[in-house]
Design a protein. Sequence first.
Length: 95
Amino acid sequence: MKLSAAEYEIMECVWALGRPVSGMDIMRALGQEKGWKQPTVLTFLSRLVEKGLLETEKRGKLRSYTAAMTREAYKNSASTNFRISASLRIYASGL
């Protein structure tokens, strides 16, 4: 599973905090530095939920996000996907 640089930065933030986070937590941690507005952060969080890296829970009006995969598990899956992709390119070039 491939993450954009921005998605990976958000995941690093979630992993570093080690607790359920809100969109505002991400805004405080990265928003100003990156120049992101809240809708942008919420879009990234939604994509990470769709990709299975985050789980979300809504309590009243607040939504929290927790890591569904550890940093190590993500890195292992990313390197496995890279090896499979490289093998397929090598195979296809020989056809």
